[in-house]
Design a protein around this ligand. Sequence first.
Ligand code: CTP
Ligand code: MG
Length: 232
Amino acid sequence: MADVGVVIVAAGTGSRSGESAELKQFRWIAGKPMLLHSIQLFHERSDVGMVVCVLPRDRAADPPPWIFQCDLDRLLISVGGGDRVDSVRNGLEDLPPDLPFVLVHDAARPLTPASVVEAVLSEVRRGFVTVPALPLHDTIKSVANGDGNKVVAGTLDRSTLVRVQTPQGFPRATLVDAHSRALRDGTVATDDAALCEVMGATVHLVPGSELSMKITTEADFAVAEVLASRDR
Ligand code: CTP
Ligand code: MG
């Protein structure tokens, strides 16, 4: 039985990905439009009852033609907002009510493996907010302003840090509560787990994947293309 609703946020402007006539989330990567990878990843699962794609307002009114090749009975288009958190909230409001678990995914991560979705969902079904994460390899320093220059304020303990990815999974009531509090308090965060953390929710980790990299810069398109071809 379908018990999972998915929100794919694809309403950003891709301002860091360089000059391109096409929006980042609609550009082709590994043989198809970026967003189509994610829609198909979730539509492959029979436990996914609905996928809501959140698009910029003008594209929601006039979606790209390839979107109509998807399973339209399990696809809704929502209109995005100014920040990612607004886009997620809009998508969440449009999910049908009968789905008790929610996954939120960045369209900017087109190569996420099905195994990561499975790992997140099995932990969510145990009742936990869950995020996929990977260890850090670089040394991370905090920065302060000194004499008009940026200076190092300290070095963080890398062993206590992870980099998190999407899809992030939630018992639906927890995510709805987190977003209504964020709206009330004006909280902005770069992921949804952070909104749950401020409410005191425990967030579980499952292993992420290098394939789930977020495409942010122009160089990331080239890296992702290589990763995808190695995986084929
Ligand atoms: N996103 C969104 N609505 C926004 C901002 C971001 O739906 N107002 C989505 C993006 O489309 C992307 C995901 O959130 O799939 C992660 O955001 P990011 O990688 O930062 O993409 P952009 O915000 O589009 O890029 P940039 O920050 O470089 O402008
Ligand atoms: Mg952004």
